[in-house]
Ligand binder design. Structure first.
Ligand SMILES: Nc1nc2c(ncn2[C@@H]2O[C@H](COP(=O)(O)OP(=O)(O)OP(=O)(O)O)[C@@H](O)[C@H]2O)c(=O)[nH]1
Ligand SMILES: [Mg+2]
Length: 384
């Protein structure tokens, strides 16, 4: 560091001198007024002495570097910083615009992937899939929304959910009364795969009928399996209601002829959908020429969707027109069964939701079935 004393008439003049000679290496340390006084101020000679320090070039450079100033001209530096910020703002805006474009492109691609579908419809499609409705059924629903809902409503998620709820609800058929067998006797025959809960459900229906002061009677054709007859016998005993095990068609006809019950519930042998031979035999055994029994397909909510259709198909030889969905408590979804029942124009009769006899059974209603469809807006359930 060097020190100098600069003399000039005014401070401004001294500053110009300093700037010219030393640039911004100089720092003013002290200013001394050394004017020579004239008489009564007349002839006064103005003079200032300015003491300055002068940094060495390297030191100054370092000092500026430490401050982050590269450009010796502070004004330029600030201007540059401002320009940088403006540029950065520009880049951020550019970036945001690009992101926006990418997002729009993705939306477009996604929509293309789901057949140019509005996101609300894509969401509904997903919900129905998660409920295990089949693709062709879902496509039909989506087409229906597009045809019947104006675009302004498709834009509103809740409107779409309401439409879907209403659509499925309208398609569902419920059966809650018994067809009369011969004017007085009502005969229900439960058929279905093995282990779905036919025997348990028969006991539940009988117990509830008895509660409603109906005379109920139980019959099983499942005399071959150890324990099967015993299971029904135990329920009958508990309910103090008649129970018979029959082995052939004649015996069955006779049993019904002699029965004085309002409701006859016939339990059958669980058959796999592939067991066509035995299904045909069972149909022959259950042939009741003088009566009009009502066959009910019983199947479990936990049946795999891809098996549901083949079960409906295999049991078609019984001409059933209603179903009981069992083990609702063990499954999250019943879409595949509802889907197939709707397609086959089949009514839903009961839902069973546990092992307890007689409590774990409900008569099917459109509302308790729609409640099982997950993922629709809660408002829909509250207001529909
Ligand atoms: N969790 C649950 N279990 C049930 C329900 N209904 C029946 N079960 C149980 O399912 C098992 C089979 O019930 P069954 O009534 O014997 O079934 P099934 O259709 O008569 O069986 P098969 O005569 O062998 O064809 C039993 O352990 C029942 O307690 C239900 O709604 N929920
Ligand atoms: Mg059984």
């Amino acid at each position: 560091m060097e020190y100098r004393e600069i003399e000039a008439q005014t401070l401004d003049e001294a500053k110009i001198k300093i700037r010219k000679e030393f640039g911004d290496r100089a720092r003013i340390i002290k200013v001394v007024d050394s004017s020579k006084k004239g008489f009564l101020g007349i002839g006064k000679k103005q003079k200032v002495k300015v003491l300055i320090s002068i940094s060495e070039v390297d030191l100054l450079k370092k000092y500026k570097e430490n401050l982050g100033i590269k450009n010796p001209n502070r004004k330029n530096e600030i201007e540059n910083i401002n320009t940088d910020i403006t540029n950065q703002n520009g880049s951020i805006n550019n970036l945001l615009e690009k992101l926006n474009n990418i997002e729009n492109e993705l939306k477009f691609i996604n929509n293309k992937a789901v057949d140019d579908m509005h996101s609300n419809l894509a969401q509904i499609k997903q919900i129905l899939k998660e409920n295990e409705f089949f693709d062709d059924f879902i496509d039909k629903i989506i087409e229906n929304v597009k045809e019947n809902l104006p675009y302004s409503k498709i834009e509103e998620r809740l409107e779409v959910h309401k439409f879907i709820y209403g659509y499925i609800k309208d398609k569902l058929k419920i059966k809650d009364s018994f067809e009369k067998g011969d004017g007085s006797k009502k005969i229900l025959i439960l058929v279905g795969p093995t282990g779905v809960g036919k025997t348990t459900t028969i006991a539940k229906i009988a117990a509830n009928a008895i509660r409603e002061k109906l005379k109920a009677e139980l019959i099983t054709i499942d005399g071959y399996r150890i324990g099967a007859k015993y299971q029904l016998e135990k329920y009958a005993e508990y309910m103090k209601t008649p129970m018979a095990g029959i082995e052939d068609n004649l015996e069955l006809q006779k049993q019904i002829d002699l029965s004085e019950s309002d409701l006859i519930l016939i339990d059958t042998i669980g058959r796999s959908a592939k067991d066509e031979m035995n299904l045909v035999k069972m149909k022959q055994l259950l042939k009741l020429n003088r009566y009009k029994p009502e066959f009910i397909l019983t199947l479990s909510a936990s049946t795999k969707p891809k098996e549901v259709k083949s079960i409906f198909k295999s049991f078609e030889i019984f001409d059933y027109n209603s179903v009981i969905i069992t083990k609702i408590d063990e499954s999250e979804t019943i879409g595949a069964i509802l889907n197939t029942a709707i397609e086959k124009d089949c009514s839903i009769r009961y839902l069973t939701n546990g092992q307890r006899v007689p409590n774990d059974i409900e008569k099917a209603t459109k509302y308790n079935i729609m409640d099982k469809i997950k993922g629709l807006d809660i408002e829909v359930y509250l207001n529909c």
